[in-house]
Design a protein around this ligand. Structure first.
Ligand SMILES: Nc1nc2c(ncn2[C@@H]2O[C@H](COP(=O)(O)OP(=O)(O)OP(=O)(O)O)[C@@H](O)[C@H]2O)c(=O)[nH]1
Ligand SMILES: [Mg+2]
Length: 335
């Protein structure tokens, strides 16, 4: 084990030169660390997934690559290499199990023991995990816990805590995105683009996938929309060069971002003033995820739940899908 950790430490220092964000996933036994790692790798989790004790691997997060290190309690307490690792790491994610008050207490002891070893400049994200469990301690009660108040009120640190279920995915990407935007200095996605609806059209403009993110918007008829876009594209390619296709249309309060791939087109509705490049990359990711699912099972119907699952596999979209978007009173953040 100790040679594996010295290997991790050396890899970590090397990856730092490559500017890959390094995130440590820490927490007591069975809090959900490996579930976090699995969600990052596969975009979904299976309760029977193996629970690796210490692992270090690169995963794709949206368009970037991050390195994640899962380390169990014993490693963090006992390995001399782990001290070096904590000094090098860009962000720490503490997973704590909030299924009972007793679980929370043991986690807070552990956290206090480690806190001094984490440099002040390293952002720390607390995942208050397992909110799906029936007797889980409420987030409001957790925030009243004096131990957490001390941690959260340390003004010299960048700390945040989110109630999540890594198992169901609820709030997970919102929380993780906080960490990534802290490390990379990137603007959180929510502030750059707010997708309203996405439609995938097959050749000829027939809608084959339709998902509304914002149920308050007016639902335009997707068949008519498909017809409009395909007619416009046919006319455009007749008038201009044959390869010309429309890629952005501004219409009232919306901007329609259009992308084409393998005979399908995606139309993503965003707000008129949203970041165009960000919206284009989201539209491409959705179309790629759709095509991948189609390849896997060309005949399969896509009920709403499956569409939701396809979209949830894209971290940046999953943030927007969180069933219960976090409100100011629910999230507690200190800069
Ligand atoms: N209900 C519920 N169970 C969860 C959640 N996250 C993880 N679990 C379960 O908690 C158990 C432990 O999860 P792991 O991810 O293996 O935890 P770990 O921290 O990696 O555990 P060790 O590596 O063994 O220390 C598994 O049975 C998971 O399915 C959650 O959000 N809700
Ligand atoms: Mg594990």
């Amino acid at each position: 084990m100790s040679s594996y950790l010295s290997f991790i430490r050396d890899k970590l220092i090397k990856s730092k030169e490559d500017r890959i964000a390094q995130v440590a996933i820490l927490g007591l036994e069975k809090t959900g660390k490996s579930t976090v790692v699995n969600r990052l790798i596969f975009g979904t989790v299976d309760e029977d997934d193996p629970s690796q004790l210490t692992c270090y691997l690169n995963v794709a997060y949206g368009k970037s690559i991050i390195s994640v290190l899962e380390a169990d309690e014993e490693t963090t307490r006992e390995s001399p290499y782990f001290q070096d690792i904590l000094r090098e790491i860009d962000g720490v994610v503490f997973v704590l199990d909030i299924q009972s008050q007793r679980h929370i207490e043991s986690s807070s002891y552990y956290i206090f023991g480690l806190l001094d070893k984490i440099p002040q400049s390293t952002p720390i994200l607390f995942l208050a995990n397992k909110i799906d469990m029936p007797d889980a301690v409420s987030f409001t009660d957790l925030l009243q816990d004096p131990a957490f108040q001390v941690i959260m009120e340390d003004i010299n640190r960048s700390v945040s805590i989110y109630p999540v279920s890594v198992l169901t995915g609820e709030n997970f990407y919102t929380a993780f995105d906080w960490m990534i935007s802290r490390i990379t200095g990137r603007t959180p996605l929510r502030e750059e683009v707010s997708p309203k609806r996405v439609i995938v059209l097959q050749e000829g403009g027939v809608p084959v996938f339709d998902y509304t993110f914002d149920t308050s918007i007016e639902e335009h008829d997707s068949t008519l929309l498909g017809g409009l876009i395909s007619a416009l594209n046919i006319m455009a390619s007749t008038i201009f060069e044959s390869s010309s296709v429309m890629d952005v249309i501004k219409l009232g309060a919306f901007k329609l971002i259009i992308r084409k791939l393998s005979g399908y087109s995606v139309v993503l509705f965003v707000e008129r003033n949203d970041s165009e490049s960000k919206a284009q990359s989201l539209a491409e990711e959705i179309l790629e995820a759709f095509i991948e699912e189609k390849k896997r099972d060309p005949t399969k119907e896509m009920p709403k739940q499956l569409k939701f699952e396809i979209l949830s596999k894209i971290p940046e979209i999953a943030i927007l899908l969180d069933q219960q978007p976090i409100t100011d009173s629910e999230s507690y953040e200190e800069k």
